[in-house]
Design a protein around this ligand. Structure first.
Ligand code: ARG
Length: 458
């Protein structure tokens, strides 16, 4: 029997019921639905809208339902319309007439809006702490490899020397911004819509401050139409999650490259790699590839939410039921990715010798060679040209700037002396870049320490 049975003379068509139902995906909010109902029933009792004894009976009944679902004694009916209908129906079955009073001064529209906020508030905290864990692992590794020289790239061409620690800390910066974005989405979902009713509140003398404080909301939605029809917090969360996936995906792409024999900068632990069914020699970075691939799902979820919401006239419309699968999938996917990604990074073996070898080829100290001439008084453009000529000579002689004899240098520009070898030593090139944000080992260590300290307040 449907909630609206009075107005209707026929049962809903079976297949249409399946189409209309959201129980298959909103049943995961059973705890939040019951918490919301307990707060609502408490408030109804305190405001004298229902008898205190009725309020108490409803609360006990709801607590019993929660315990029974938790223990598996009560199974959620897959044919119910949604989780709200199921729990109210079960309450009425258990309490009779009294159960029917719970829905006084409430609508499923403000009920679902409060449920999803309560549910997502918990999930944001989970994603935040998982992101924090990844940043901690990154900082630890960055400190460990603050001196490991590697080539920094632009256009995937070797550009200037950096350290592996510096490279890793770039991801720490991205993830710290991600945490900030999660917190912003959290703030917006931390306002309580309950009391908005179907769209225009109610004439009952409800007290929304009671429910808000019982449910732990920091604020209360100040416009009832917005209260029931706002899903900005879903879009904001999906957007924050999408950006996390962009970052994990870029990191994954690098891991995949670094694992190849062409780079061999890292080797993943056996527990976080896979083999091939046919090629016995293979060790594949499947986890990183899957994380890169799963970013598409999360972006898709964001697109779903934006598209669902963009054409809806105020206030609630059933289209909005489509919010849940999208935002749940985005949250589940990011959590799954982080679960595998963080220990994969934590356990990966870093092959610093290969990084150092790669840094020695490709003339990534050419800028420093030019800067050496500038420091000796040559204008940068002339220094740039002289160094370019030297690089061409090295390529022709199949050697490096470090190995090119001083006579060759002097042929191109007589300002050169033995000091050039010091100026272009990769370690000096890296450690000379002490400017704020630079790759010098001491900078990387200080930055890792700063980030770790910031994490303590999160
Ligand atoms: N299952 C619905 C949803 O997720 C609950 C709200 C139903 N309200 C309504 N007026 N049909 O949006």
């Amino acid at each position: 029997m449907k909630l609206w049975a009075g107005r209707f003379s026929k049962e809903i068509d079976k297949k249409t019921n399946d189409f209309n139902s959201s129980i298959s995906f909103d049943s995961r909010m059973y705890r939040e639905d019951i918490e919301g109902s307990i707060a609502h029933a408490t408030m109804l009792g305190e405001c004298g809208i229902i008898e205190k004894s009725e309020s108490e009976a409803i609360i006990k009944g709801l607590e019993g339902i929660l315990a029974d679902i938790d223990s598996g004694k009560l199974l959620i009916d897959p044919n119910a319309e949604d989780i709200h209908t199921f729990i109210e129906g079960e309450l009425t079955e258990r309490l009779g007439q009294t159960g029917k009073r719970l829905h006084t001064a409430r609508s499923r529209n403000d009920q679902v809006a409060v449920d999803i906020r309560l549910y997502l508030k918990k999930e944001v905290k989970n994603v935040k702490s998982m992101t924090k864990e990844l940043v901690e692992v990154i900082c630890k590794k960055a400190e460990q490899y603050a001196d490991a020289v590697m080539p920094g790239y632009t256009h995937l061409q070797r550009a200037q020397p950096i350290t592996f620690g510096h490279h890793l800390m770039a991801y720490a910066e991205m993830l710290m911004r991600d945490i900030d974005r999660l917190e912003c989405a959290y703030r917006h979902m931390d306002e309580m819509p309950l009391g908005s009713g179907a769209l225009a509140t109610t004439t009952y003398p409800i007290d929304r401050t009671i429910t808000a404080s019982l449910l732990g909301f920091s604020g209360i939605c100040r416009n009832s139409l917005d209260g029931v029809s706002d899903r900005d917090f879903c879009m904001e969360l999906a957007s924050a999650l999408s950006i996390i996936m962009v970052h994990l995906s870029r990191f994954s792409e690098e891991i995949i490259m670094w694992c190849s024999w062409e780079f061999k900068f890292v080797e993943l632990d056996d527990a976080f790699s896979t083999g091939s069914s046919i090629m016995p020699q293979k060790k594949n970075p499947d986890i990183a590839e899957l994380v890169r691939g799963k970013s598409g799902r999360v972006f898709g979820d964001l697109m779903t939410l934006l598209t669902v919401m963009k054409g809806i006239a105020l206030a609630y419309n059933k289209d909005m039921q489509e919010d849940k699968e999208a935002i749940f999938d985005a949250v589940d996917t990011v959590k799954m990715c982080l679960t595998a990604f963080t220990p994969m990074i934590d356990t990966m073996k870093v092959i610093t010798a290969n990084m150092r070898k790669a840094a020695a080829k490709g003339f990534i100290n050419a800028t420093d060679c030019a800067d050496y001439l500038v420091k000796k008084g040559l204008p940068f453009r002339d220094a740039y040209k002289a160094t370019g000529t030297l690089v061409a000579i090295c390529i022709e002689k199949n050697t490096t700037l470090e190995e090119l004899p001083i006579e060759e240098y002097k042929k191109i520009c007589d300002i050169f002396d033995e000091g050039v070898y010091d100026a272009i030593s990769l370690e000096n090139c890296v450690n000379g870049r002490k400017v704020l944000g630079g790759p010098a080992s001491e900078n990387v260590r200080a930055q890792a320490a700063r980030v770790k300290m910031a994490l303590e307040d999160i």
